[in-house]
Design a protein around this ligand. Structure first.
Ligand code: UT7
Length: 327
């Protein structure tokens, strides 16, 4: 059973927060953020704007692009680490906002790799149910889980959503999902955590929320693992399909840090003009970063028919993933 991406869409909140604006909250500078990360600004959700609300806008755009009415969607998969709530799954809130409350919906918890883990799950669903029309979304309101006093994390992230429609029937301009590889290492889980409120660190009635309620990470360590793991899994996927790096027309990597992206490109020996970058506008939007970038790359006509496109991500887990698309 072959899966095809027949539509892509993205949505980001209206509010733009520049690096200069962040100087009001934390001891940082525009110069430090741009030179160390490549980020110039990010979008931040309005109060009350949740992951399901951003996700449904991206989903509507993807469905319109695919020419598929919302009521035809059979399955909804949502990669997120900033869900609307613990229960119910945010994918159900998204389904409801979409106007098709009935049917399967599920959140996929794989942090920044969430979209690719959900894409592979979509392929599994299609293998069992070839008639399925699967909506795969990555949506994050990370601003709700940032410690705005911690300069080592709060400058890096942004809010947003991206979505794709996946079916077993190709359409003109659709992309074949040739293959997806997923991997991870739970022994590295301490490097990136949001522990507070989980069953290992429960909230107690009346106690104030502590630092562990927010994203905590060891940036330098993650940086090294990110480059190594994305390069390794990308090379494995290329080898599996008898391809060389030069056969790739465009790499769409997770947008976490321009220096990670450049190091990855250098390891893969792929020139930066074949690597899609939009981190300057959005920062790290976690599970949303790849579907937003994919939708933008298509909108900017950067993916002509016949292109081999490599997606690759890494995130808290630690985990990492790669997907090969053929347009
Ligand atoms: O999707 C997965 C999510 N995680 C990531 O992608 C994180 C990957 N890691 C990174 O992107 C980088 O490690 C960071 C951008 C987080 C940090 O860059 P770095 O070059 O590794 O900096 P560093 O942590 O080694 O810190 C260098 C200096 C430190 O000061 P001292 O100790 O040298 O005096 C930090 O305190 O930069 C300081 N610093 C800042 N200065 C101004 C850290 N954050 C900031 C900041 N503004 N926002």
């Amino acid at each position: 059973m072959t899966a095809y991406i027949i539509g892509t869409g993205a949505y980001v909140p209206e509010q733009v927060v520049t690096n200069t604006a962040l100087q009001e909250y934390v001891d940082t500078t525009d110069e430090w953020i741009v030179s160390r990360t490549g980020i110039k600004e990010r979008r931040i959700a309005a109060p009350g704007e949740s992951a399901s609300m951003l996700g449904v806008e991206a989903a509507r755009n993807a469905l319109e692009d695919a020419g598929v009415p919302a009521q035809d969607v059979t399955h909804v998969l949502l990669g997120t680490f900033s869900p609307d709530a613990y229960i119910p799954a945010t994918a159900y809130a998204l389904r409801h906002h979409l106007g098709v409350p009935r049917g399967m919906a599920m959140d996929v918890s794989a942090a920044c790799s969430g979209f690719l883990f959900a894409l592979e799950t979509a392929r599994a669903i299609l293998a069992l149910h070839p008639e399925a029309i699967v909506l795969v979304v990555g949506s994050e309101v990370i601003s709700s889980r940032l410690n705005w006093k911690d300069r080592s994390t709060c400058v890096l992230f942004g809010d947003g959503a991206g979505a794709v429609v996946v079916t077993s029937k190709p359409t003109s301009g659709s992309a074949e999902v040739v293959d997806v590889l997923l991997d991870g290492d739970g022994s590295l889980s301490e490097l990136l955590v949001v522990r507070g409120g989980g069953s290992s660190a429960p909230l107690k009635l009346g106690e104030p929320v502590g630092d562990d309620f927010f994203v905590q990470m060891q940036g330098r360590e993650i940086f090294k693992h990110a480059v190594r793991s994305m390069a390794t899994i990308t090379q494995s996927l290329l080898e599996k399909h008898g391809l060389k790096a030069s056969d790739i027309d465009l790499v769409i990597p997770h947008q976490a840090n321009i220096r990670i992206i450049e190091s990855l490109a250098s390891r893969l020996e792929i020139p930066m003009d074949k690597v899609f970058v939009n981190i300057e506008k959005y920062g790290n939007t976690s599970a949303a970063s790849i579907p937003i970038a994919l939708a933008e790359a298509r909108r900017e006509a950067l993916i002509p028919p016949g292109s081999n496109v490599m997606l690759t991500a890494f995130g808290g887990g630690l985990n990492w993933a790669a997907a090969l698309l053929r347009f």
